[in-house]
Design a protein. Sequence first.
Length: 395
Amino acid sequence: MGNRFPAGGYLEKILRVDLTERRIIDETVCADVLHQFIGGTGLGIRLLYDELKPGIDPYSPENRVIFATGPVTGTMVPGSGTYSVISKNTLTGLVAAAQANGFFGARLKYSGYDAVVVQGRSDRPVYLHICDGKAELEDASDLVGKDTFETDMLLHRKYGEDGVEHGISVAAIGPAGENLVRYACIVSDRGHVASSGGVGAIMGSKNLKAIVVRGKHGVPIHSSNVKSYLENVKQWVEEAKSSSMGKLVSNYGSIGFFVPYHSRGWVPVKNLTTNIFAGEEVFEAEYIRGRLHHVQPRSCHGCTFYHCHTVEVAKGTYKGVVGESQHVLRSVPQKRLSLFNRKHFTQRPRLCKWRAFPFYPGGIGKSYGNPNRGNNCSCESFWASQEVLSAGFLK
Ligand code: SF4
């Protein structure tokens, strides 16, 4: 193995789970591989390349779904709760590499592993529980059909934790993944989404409903690097806080991007037939935060940006807490389809995250798939229809 990667950052250990054989084993990762393919995505792609035969079907048991972390995951580096999910892509047949922020990546590391490789297919729904270097498959039949928020809350309660900021992290699929929707995603920490490549559908094809991670393992940092590591973290935090982007994001999340983007003509409206959205004031961050909903900051592991916020829906069908939607989420229904309805600021993102299919392709798919639209891009009855999109999401 040599000593080419002495600076730590990795535990040099992965967990392999064969769902067909119900076999769980620890494996060592060669330090040279970690050095050459830095980060969770690099490690995951290397493992996938080594292990998959060419031409396999993404939904076949031979496909892998790999949850992987990088060398700074779980450290004090801002935003280092991120993880990558690597698999064969359900849409392209190439590589799927999806990332989500939050806490899951950090807690995967604290559970004792740099990565989890899942292969095979379970004959019944299961979830994987990993804690302090031990892993078990548990029956998930009572979680089938539940959305990702419900699944997360039920598993938190089962393991004695209530808030997402403490203790355990759950990465789960919803009905979209269970039903093998080709662009289904994985939702972790109630609102952080690994959304591309159909990774949720791959989990569904393996009958794997969720992964729960927790533990007390530290992330090794070589003693000779501690001083420079702390200096770098301090510098990054200060630079992030003092930058204009940092200030905007800390105050308003990415919803503060709308007005500058719109004034530069970057916002696609009515399926890119124009870049003018009448009544842009309803997208101004001050208006949304002041008039439409109230938010609570909820930052990811180690992040000083506080750009993620939660919104409480006080009553109605969608009662509960959901992550505030981002600028890009609003781009699809509110601008691309030219729809505006205040309840949809929280409703549609909530539906997507519950059911675990990505908002952006979902919204675009609905827009192009609407039979009323035909070739008439200026069909006002369609553009004005508030319920078309929601009805589609509810199906
Ligand atoms: S709070 Fe926002 S900026 Fe910070 S890590 Fe999470 S997603 Fe990224």
